[in-house]
Design a binder for this molecule. Structure first.
Ligand SMILES: [Zn+2]
Ligand SMILES: [Zn+2]
Length: 178
């Protein structure tokens, strides 16, 4: 997922290229060791400062169900928008100043190579912080004994109504008054 952008950097502001993403990310996190394949579409646009990259990407990753905490396979999809800046002036070959505010993963290297992999990894990690459910009717964990209720019922008395809610339950139980 490394793109040579030398030609695009030489062109005027507004010049653009379409590029596809088809590659592998390595060792995203503890749940996703090894190789994770990623696919997507990108648009590179020359800006006064560098190259704006927009587009989208999809991949299948392992996440933890937020209700039962079991690992599950999920397809994540996200929109990308990042501006990369060159480290070398394409016309003069001079080194360009990089400040502390410049994110290292958004710097185009001295060979005019733009590397998407670290950016994609960060998007996946952000997407992974709001996991869904392993299935829409996931039973979750018993709040008393901690058992995964998708596997087997546990026999705990969980239908005891919280005393703070019992007044409300009584109200709701009252027949309609006509
Ligand atoms: Zn679940
Ligand atoms: Zn239980």
């Amino acid at each position: 997922m490394i793109y040579n952008v030398a030609q695009l950097l030489k062109e005027g502001v507004g010049a653009s290229r379409r590029r596809t993403i088809s590659g592998d990310l390595r060792d995203i996190d503890a749940l996703n060791p090894g190789v994770t394949h990623v696919e997507g579409e990108l648009l590179f646009v020359r800006t006064p400062k560098g190259i704006l990259v927009t587009g989208n990407a999809q991949m299948n990753i392992q996440q933890i169900c937020r209700r039962c905490l079991e690992p599950m396979a999920t397809e994540v999809e996200f929109e990308i928008e990042e501006e990369f800046i060159p480290s070398i002036d394409i016309d003069t070959g001079a080194t360009l100043p990089i400040t502390d505010e410049d994110e290292p993963e958004l710097i185009i290297d001295e060979h005019h190579m733009l590397d998407m992999s670290e950016v994609l990894r960060q998007y996946v990690i952000v997407a992974g912080t709001s996991p869904g459910l392993c299935r829409s009717d996931c039973e979750g964990l018993c709040p008393i004994c901690g058992k995964n209720l998708n596997l087997e019922p546990c026999g705990c008395q969980r239908d005891v109504i919280d005393p703070r809610l019992s007044a409300l339950a009584q109200l709701l139980d009252q027949p309609d008054q006509e």
